[in-house]
Design a protein around this ligand. Structure first.
Ligand code: FAD
Length: 308
């Protein structure tokens, strides 16, 4: 039984979503929208655009979301939003602006402290105190999809997993319709977490976040900050391949595909992929797992060639 490819009969009803972040310059913008175009071939259920800490990329997020919806015609674009550095009135105004631009799906977050990850979080004066309060505010505005975060390995500020699950419950009680998890690499951690979430009476979809490893050093650093671990077995598979980009790419493709296949065999149907605004590795993972392309790769490059 292949461990990184699903049999056709196993692929029914699998859904993908992709996460992007707003570009900081023209070059990054070109890369983002090329990635969006490449990955659109997999017909994602939705895509999401992150929102910067401290509101620093508020304008960039809005611009990127606007282009996704109006120019790229990706109507199922979800806008992330945080409570950081803004009053309730300011956050409400941003929500209204997103809605005016066609957004009907929000990813509602508290956000990281303005002093950076690890600093103490203080709600902004007159701001929403946490993600649960933000969810309630968005829910009061209408019948939107509202996704929220979840942490299979516990949020670093959280005293324990139960506190995390209590917070998830508050977000659901206030109107969240889906949880997207922080990335993780050990499916047993996710399964244990999901069991506890269900035991707490939380019934919304909890979608595993998958991070294909483009760069082991930066993923390890980021994982450390987020309280996620990169298992030794994965480090061992990648660490000696720094000098062999092709081999490293192949191994990273296999690692993420194996994780998705294993989750699918445990009954998971939805997968949220952190793209880092790059398509080659994500596309290779999706191809290897067996996700069908609405537009086959060959036809895609032909039409790109014709358009050039
Ligand atoms: P919450 O769900 O409100 O809290 C997370 C956990 O932290 C809680 O479960 C709780 O146990 C604990 N906690 C919270 N506050 C306290 C407290 N005062 N004392 C003790 N424990 C506490 N960040 C961005 O800036 N922009 C983004 O677009 C973005 N997108 C994300 C998308 C996903 C899917 C995920 C998983 C994370 C994302 N983040 C983003 C990161 C997120 O903002 C941080 O993890 C942040 O620290 C917590 O925000 P939250 O909404 O998860 O918080």
């Amino acid at each position: 039984m292949p461990i990184h490819t699903l049999y056709p009969a196993e692929r029914g009803n699998l859904r993908l979503s992709f996460e992007y972040f707003p570009p900081k310059n023209d070059e990054m913008e070109t890369q983002l929208f090329q990635t969006v175009a490449d990955l659109s071939a997999f017909d994602p259920a939705f895509v999401t655009m992150t929102y910067g800490a401290g509101g620093s990329t508020k304008a960039r997020s809005l611009t990127a979301v606007r282009r996704m919806i109006h120019d790229e015609h990706i109507a199922n674009t979800a806008a992330h939003l945080t409570c950081v550095g803004a009053t309730r009135a300011e956050v409400d105004a941003i929500v209204a602006e997103f809605i005016d631009n066609g957004v009907h799906h929000f990813v509602a977050l508290r956000g990281d402290p303005q002093g950076g990850i690890g600093a103490r979080y203080e709600p902004f004066p007159d701001g929403y105190e946490n993600a649960a309060a933000l969810v309630a505010a968005i829910r009061a505005k209408g019948d939107f999809e509202i996704s929220v975060s979840a942490y299979p390995e516990k949020h670093p500020e959280s005293p324990d997993v139960d506190a995390d699950i209590d917070m998830l419950k508050r977000k659901v009680d206030n109107g969240a319709t889906r949880a997207l998890t922080q990335f993780f690499f050990d499916n047993n951690d996710f399964e244990r977490y999901l069991e506890r979430v269900r035991r707490a009476g939380i019934n919304i979809p909890v979608v595993p976040g998958i991070m294909p490893i483009n760069n082991l050093a930066s993923v390890s650093r980021f994982a450390g900050l987020c309280g996620a671990k990169v298992p030794e077995a994965i480090v061992t598979r990648l660490v000696h391949l720094d000098e062999s980009p092709e081999e490293r790419f192949k191994e990273a493709t296999h690692i993420a595909a194996e994780q998705i296949v294993d989750l699918a065999r445990r009954g998971l149907r939805d997968f949220h992929i952190y793209t880092m605004n790059r398509s080659p590795l994500v596309a290779a993972v999706c191809d290897l797992v067996g996700f069908e392309r609405a537009v086959p790769a060959a036809a895609q490059s032909l039409s790109a060639g014709a358009a050039a």
